[in-house]
Design a protein around this ligand. Sequence first.
Ligand code: SAH
Length: 353
Amino acid sequence: MKQNLLDLNYEDLKFFLSEKIGVEEKKLNMRTQQIFNAVYQKGLNNFEKFTTIPIDLRKKLLNNISLNDSKIVETHESTDGTLKFLVEFFDGNKVECVYIPEKTRGTICVSSQVGCSLTCRFCRSGTQKLVKNLKASEIVSQIILVKDKLKDWGDQKIVSNIVFMGQGEPLLNQNLKKAVAILKDKNGLNYGNKKITVSTSGIASKIAEAANEIGTYLALSLHAPNDKLREEIMPINKKFKIKDLIKQLKYYTSVVKEPIFLEYVMLKGVNDTEECAKQLVKLMAQFPSKVNLIEFNSWPGVKFEPTERKDIEKFSRYIQDKGYMSFIRRSRGDDVLAACGQLRTTSVLKKNL
Ligand code: SAH
């Protein structure tokens, strides 16, 4: 099987060109840059179009490296302009990713796993068993495919922000680091640390490594301000307690020097009481953070209901009055099941025969 180019960060490609293709030492940087530029800045998906590279080298590349081998197989457009894409990978597995246009930016929400192991009670993605971790190329290809669809290969970035808030738990995928390195590379897609947000359900044991080796914004899906309640709605809290998380988040902010975004989905009668707001404020006092209150998006078969708008506003005001930052996040794309927590696909784990 050929090496997929989108699995190689800049250093890997340089090494590959030297070892496998025989590019001479003094041309290595130039060739690596030309290839990154062609794939990630011009969006070329065919070596024949790599006109900056000599024909014999193009032939060698063609024989040894595959380019993006994923494809968009379905597109759904919400009445609010949000686009949901079903992406199929080379192995036939599928994930969803979402493009959310806003006044001043365009955000792509990408998936990191096929299925998810977490089973958060309010999340539709959690009803699809984990099938696999995405490869770096499968993560990067979601961005490339959407950029292609939006004809976003000019100077201006239509896709300006990337959030790892699709299906799966990014911090449980060891390929995340490589994918983010490719997204950040100055010779390629060139997204800065502040244009990328990794969202985690709270894998405390992986947060320090993410601080040291990933360095983007971090969001924590908190959703409950105490262990008892959090455990009921997020089973992962049985393993990693809020106290462990706070310790790790303190470390993250000390390294990355940016506040943590706390995600808090408002579930009627469950986590939206004044007592919860009070406890949340106590947590926020311990490390730099901002809270995003998310409207709960319903899906077939779920037992929770959304908190009423006026009660979300009251909860938000309580936090603000105590001197902390709280925002209410509008739900986008829920008419096509593209909103937070609504993504899932039909891919299942294939049993070994
Ligand atoms: N596993 C990671 C990445 C997924 S991000 C994480 O948990 O952070 C998706 C976000 O949407 C998470 O904050 C998740 O808790 C939230 N979410 C899940 N189901 C939702 C729903 N039905 N309505 C609104 N938000 C939801």
